[in-house]
Design a protein around this ligand. Structure first.
Ligand SMILES: C[S@@+](CC[C@H](N)C(=O)[O-])C[C@H]1O[C@@H](n2cnc3c(N)ncnc32)[C@H](O)[C@@H]1O
Length: 236
């Protein structure tokens, strides 16, 4: 087994495929996705050429699901190059439809676990990150599968610029506490909140995702954290 295959097996616990893709989705996956993929063999990834020198800054969304939030950000920030990571192919197919409909050409895709991309992104290359409603893995035996770990926080800290903002949302009370516990003990991030409203309310530039809407319908309220990358210590 190649190291990459080994990594894939180790990292990914969720589904890669669901029900059969509709004809237009299958077409989008075959015809559009290849041109939008982040090259798998590039290390470090050349972001300028990936976005054809058109983007003024770069953002990353991890686990975009069906892509409501990512498509909205891409449409509303056409000068930003956004990379979306989502191993679930059906979600990628839905997003491709949205991008086509909106005419957005500023998104690139990594149809794999985010960990496999983060290690190839250049240091301090991203201005914003989004981790929205990552799988909460509620059973105590499954908590080690959670995305928020010291390792992934360190990986995010490496690729985010000084002062960059990482938005993290969850509807799961225990995971919400877990996320704070891990980020507050990292020297690389500060939690931006001053008042409860800062994390209990979603701002206008943070559109609702499908998962959040479902949680709300089922009576679960969400939290919306903003963590700021602290400035790197200079070696001088
Ligand atoms: C609970 S869903 C939330 C989806 C979306 N953000 C939303 O709010 O509707 C979590 C998503 O994270 C994806 N995911 C799981 N592990 C991941 C990983 N290691 N890297 C990137 N995405 C991952 C899953 O495939 C799933 O689509």
């Amino acid at each position: 087994m190649s190291p990459t295959e080994e990594n894939r097996k180790r990292i990914l616990y969720g589904r890669r495929r669901g029900k059969a893709l509709r004809k237009n989705q299958q077409h989008a996956v075959e015809e559009i996705l290849p041109a939008l993929r982040v090259p798998e063999d590039e290390n470090p990834v050349d972001l300028a050429s990936l976005f054809k020198d058109k983007a003024e800054e770069y953002w990353l969304e991890i686990g975009f699901g069906a892509g409501e939030h990512l498509a909205w950000q891409a449409k509303n920030h056409p000068n930003v190059g956004i990379i979306g990571c989502e191993p679930f192919l059906n979600g990628v197919a839905v997003l491709l439809g949205k991008l086509q409909k909106d005419g957005s050409d500023n998104v690139r895709l990594h149809n794999e676990a985010a960990e496999l991309l983060m290690e190839r992104l250049p240091e301090a290359s991203l201005k914003k990150g989004f981790l929205l409603f990552a799988d909460p893995w509620p059973k105590s035996g499954h908590q080690k599968r959670r995305f928020v770990t010291d390792e992934n926080i360190a990986a995010l800290a490496r690729i985010l610029e000084d002062d960059a903002v990482l938005r993290v949302g969850t509807d799961h009370t225990d995971y919400g506490a877990w996320i704070l516990h891990y980020f507050l003990r990292s020297e690389d991030f500060v939690w931006e909140a001053e008042h409860p409203a800062d994390w209990l309310n979603r701002s206008d530039d943070w559109p609702q995702t499908r998962y959040e809407a479902k949680a709300l319908k089922e009576g679960r309220k969400s939290v919306y954290y903003r963590f700021r990358r602290t400035a790197r210590k200079s070696n001088a």
